[in-house]
Write a protein that binds this ligand. Structure first.
Ligand SMILES: [Zn+2]
Length: 138
């Protein structure tokens, strides 16, 4: 199996996010002036243009805003996962992120409640996947 493409966890702009992921948390920058929580990471707030941001651990919970099902992989590294879904997830704190869903695509629905589960892909990179909250009993 080919290696999946991975982010650079040492990028100075995003390193705190990846360090939190190692601890199975989703961390994003909260604007010190207006409180807006942003993703992707940036040097200033897109809402009020204040520079800087306080890295904050989020709840790891949210709901599916939309999702797409991959019947065929865009990258051969994902071939064994097909079919799988990638969802846009609106976190409870506001930001929308995309992540692979762990549930079978036919169980997904927009607005379904989800929770993050971190996969430790390498010694340096952990990625947030999401599963349905209702799947906890499986
Ligand atoms: Zn702001």
């Amino acid at each position: 199996m080919n290696a999946i493409p991975l982010p650079n966890p040492h990028d100075p702009l995003t390193a705190p996010h990846w360090q939190a992921a190692r601890k199975e948390q989703i961390a994003m920058q909260r604007c010190p002036a207006c409180g807006y929580v942003r993703w992707p990471a940036a040097n200033s707030c897109p809402e009020c243009l204040t520079e800087g941001g306080e890295w904050t651990a989020l709840s790891g919970r949210g709901s599916i805003w939309s999702f797409a099902v991959y019947e065929k992989p865009l990258d051969p590294a994902f071939a064994e996962l097909c079919p799988y879904a990638v969802a846009l997830i609106r976190l409870d704190e506001g930001p929308i992120i995309y992540a692979r869903m762990l549930d079978p695509p036919d169980r997904l629905a927009c607005e379904a409640r989800v929770v993050a589960v971190h996969e430790h892909v390498t010694d340096a990179v952990s990625l947030a996947r999401f599963k349905l909250e209702s799947a906890n009993a499986d």
